[in-house]
Structure formats: C-alpha cells, structure tokens
Design a protein around this ligand. Sequence first.
Ligand code: ZN
Ligand code: ZN
Length: 287
Amino acid sequence: MPPEYSVPNDAYAALGDETRLEILFELADHYDEAWSSGWLSFSALCERVSVDDTSRFSYHLGKLQDQFVVKEREQYRPTIAALEVVTAIRAGTYDDTTTRETTIDASCPHCAQSLLARHHNHMLTLSCSDHGVAMGYPVPPIAAAHHSLETVVDLVLQRHAAHVESLRRGVCPYCWGPATLSLPYEEIPEFILQYDTVYATAACEECWMSYPLPVPELLVSHPAVHALYAAHDLEPPATHLGSNSLVNLSDVNLLEDGGANVTISLEEATLVVELRDDGSLEQWHES
Ligand SMILES: [Zn+2]
Ligand SMILES: [Zn+2]
C-alpha cells in the first residue's frame, strides 16, 4: 500500500513563482563555471535575476532554501531536485512539434512485419500496423531536435532494460524509492496485456510509478540470458522485440512460494531461471 500522500507544505509551493524558477535556471546555467569559480554569492545571484529590490529577492531565495537551494560558505548551490526541475522544464517545453517515423530492424512480437518507430507528443512508440503498439516510452521533444530517431530507439531499449533491472532489484528507476513486484497481475484489462504470458506489476511506494511487466522481461539483464542470446548471434533488441524476444521464447510457471520458474527455449538450448518473490534470480538449469 502506498503511504498517505501529502504535498510537503513548503517544498513544492516554492516552485509556483516565476522569480524562484528564474533563480533555479540561473543556478543551473552556472553549473559549468561552478567547477572553477564556485557557486554564486547572494549579490552575484541577485544581479542575474530580474528583481529590483534585494529584500524581495531574499524572500524568494529563502522559499527555495534547503529543498532546492543549499547555502554553503556564503554561496548558493542548487540541489539535485532543483536541477531535475530545470531539466524537466527544458526538455519538456522544447519547441518541436514534428512527428518522426521510421521502420526499425525488429519485427512485431505477433507477426513478421517490421515495427514502425514514431516519436510524437513526448512519446516514442514502436508499433505494428496490424497489432498496435508493442512498446511505448516517454521521450521529451528535445530529443527530436538533436538525435536521430535510430539513436533514440537504441537508447530507449537500453534504458528500458536498465529500468526493468532496477525494478527487479527493488529500486524505483524514477525516484529511487522502494519498488515492489507482485505476480501474477490479474486486474488489468486484457487489451493492455499484449502477450500471452504471466505479468508482474511493478509499483513504487513513494511516487507515481506503476506498470504491468511481462515476467520473462525481468530476466533481461541476467548473464545466462545474455550468454544464451550471444551463442545464437542475437543481441538487443532481440531480447525485447520480434520472434526471439524473451516473452516469445519463455514459459512461466508460478511457484507456490510466490516466485516463478521461467523456461527459455532457443533452438536446441533451454535455460531455466527462477525468479524469487524478492526479485532475486537463480539459474538452475541449462541444457
Ligand atoms: Zn504485428
Ligand atoms: Zn518512485
């Protein structure tokens, strides 16, 4: 159960003001110089922000202090939370509304068609014209202005694998809070569950993060799985997409203690990995 949710009184109210956001943007822009010349003093920071009187500036800075700005040796340094606010605003409000599409070198999980990658509206989707979206991942508009769609797709697949591994180890990939996995998941509508396999639910106890995840995907970073794919000249994205994806090659058997055995069959080879209810993995059979 998630804890009672409450908005920290001062923390987020502090951001609802243009001057305070301007202070955070100025501090973020000073990051580079801070390595050599240190962070900004009160007067240096005040000079950069468009506020006429010092006491008003002091009031706004005070509202940011501790949560977003830390004062050390008479200098003001932004916290990670402050930098993340700036990053989210910059990446998300980037002025680019183009839609980009390309077919990628991976097939639909359900048929032989190549998937279409599409970046639009803060989302990258990989989809098949007959079977719909195989994968969706948030990618802010700023990516479209600087990186090829092929690069974005590659990195999304890598990040997805890293997120799944983080969840398996009980760490929320977004806020670093405690994440739990429960299997099997029975309450989500069937149209969301695209694969004929057992799903787990990953959920964070501290933030918004919650999504269904096919159990075989939780094995994506296991060394024995990598070795099995490599032995068949396969490398990512083969583990995520197409006819050789982990989901397609695996059988999942739920165990009474809350874990599951995942049997992966690739040509003549078979690998069985046990996923324990605490998320740990144990390889116990290979042939
Ligand atoms: Zn398809
Ligand atoms: Zn979280």
